[in-house]
Write a new protein. Structure first.
Length: 408
């Protein structure tokens, strides 16, 4: 049986996946990066009164049609301390930014355009007046009851500032998906411990967890599980009891004597959708479902697991969270020749730069062994080589997958 292409596998993974409908209420300090559940309306009008947009003098525009008008200062209006009287003919009120406009005044003369007379008791205008200038009308921003943000809006610093101004201390957001992580292998130990003979430090859990959180998920790290069916089954049960939306296993998804994850998952009731993808690195990818929990079996090799997570876990979370993942696809001009490809889609680690005209230039690393994490961390992108791709000469445009934003 021929292997699934990456595009086919992505399509099958996302088929039938719907956004999480459950919601919860959180305070604004905990709402960054969340997604609004239901439209949200303003609880007050902003600004709640006609307000000054500048420091200066509130007056009747008709009293100063030309420079040289003399006006009597009858009081002051400051933010939080408005003037309680009314402005009549020939009168003005000293006013500051954000302060309420006094009754009778319709214009603000900025302080630079006023000459103070008699120790500030009177002023002379030195600039032509435009009626209504420098006044923020009541409700200019939003009105009480106005639905300002729609259902499904991602929340960031600007939108949270707006929601706070609308007088909401808490908001309803969609629940985050929960990603449970299980790393398997007798050879693995936690970072910070001394590996024994034949052991290595397990690292990819931390990268996968970070990627999941960056894409709007909560993470449950179930630790390193030995290559024992019962231990693996116990960890799977922990994920089910926690009501994880996605179970991500790292390693053990193949069918070797020590690769027990797939068989244990099937014994626990997993419906296997597909296994093995025509890609490099990352061929032994496994996808299935265990009840309502999606199962994504990633290779144990750290670089392979990272590439698979970018291609499969990130879009799966995007579908569940309603968040648009960072756009990773781009085109660049290759600075190195690329060899002809076989029937697997290759993802080559590479660094980016720009030529004198500002065009994006990509240079592939010479060594592409999937065990080399340092090169992966140093890379700006992955060059995408489609199956059966022919030799690519220097100067050709090639598709790349960005690992992070690149300015260059």
């Amino acid at each position: 049986m021929s292997l699934l292409t990456v595009a086919e596998a992505q399509g099958r993974l996302l088929d039938g996946v719907t956004p999480i409908a459950a919601s919860e209420t959180v305070g604004l300090h905990n709402a960054d990066g969340r997604v609004l559940c239901g439209a949200i309306a303003a609880r007050l009008t902003q600004p709640p009164f006609d307000a000054s947009a500048m420091d200066g003098y509130a007056l009747r525009g008709a009293d100063a049609p030309q420079p040289g008008a003399i006006l009597t200062v009858i009081g002051e209006s400051a933010a939080g301390h408005g003037f309680s009287g009314s402005v009549g003919p020939g009168e003005t009120v000293r006013i500051f930014t954000g302060a309420p406009m006094p009754e009778g005044a319709d214009t603000v003369l900025i302080q630079e355009d006023a000459e103070r007379l008699d120790d500030g008791r009177r002023i002379k205008t030195t600039f032509p007046i435009t009626i209504g200038r420098h006044v923020r009308p009541r409700g200019q921003d939003f009105l009480q009851g106005e639905a300002v943000l729609a259902d499904g809006t991602p929340l960031d610093f600007a939108r949270l500032t707006l929601i706070a101004a609308m007088n909401h201390a808490e908001i309803t957001v969609y629940r985050k998906p929960l990603v449970a992580l299980i790393a398997t292998g007798d050879e693995l130990v936690r970072p910070g411990t001394v590996p024994g003979p034949s052991q290595i430090v397990g690292s990819n859990t931390f990268g996968i967890a970070a990627l999941a959180r960056q894409n709007g998920a909560d993470v449950l790290d179930l630790g390193i599980v030995p290559d024992q069916p019962q231990a693996i089954a116990d960890a799977i049960e922990q994920a089910r009891l926690a009501k994880a939306d996605i179970l991500v296993t790292l390693g053990g998804a193949s069918v070797g004597d020590h690769d027990l994850v797939q068989s244990t998952l099937i014994a626990c009731g997993m419906q296997l959708d597909f296994w093995k993808i025509a890609m490099r690195p990352g061929k032994p990818l496994m996808v299935g479902s265990l009840g309502d929990m999606r199962v994504l079996g990633l290779p144990g090799n750290p670089v392979s697991s990272m590439v698979c997570a970018l291609l499969f876990l990130e879009p799966l979370l995007g579908r569940m969270t309603r968040l648009t993942p960072f756009r990773r696809d781009a085109m660049a001009i290759t600075a190195t020749p690329l060899a002809a490809n076989d029937k697997r889609q290759d993802y080559l680690r590479a660094r980016l730069g720009r030529d004198e005209a500002g065009a994006l230039i990509v240079t592939s690393y010479g060594k592409q062994d999937s065990s080399m994490m340092k090169i992966f961390a140093q890379s700006d992108c992955l060059i995408v080589r489609p199956p059966d791709g022919e030799l690519v000469e220097i100067g050709a445009a090639v598709p790349v997958m960005l690992l992070r934003p690149f300015v260059g």
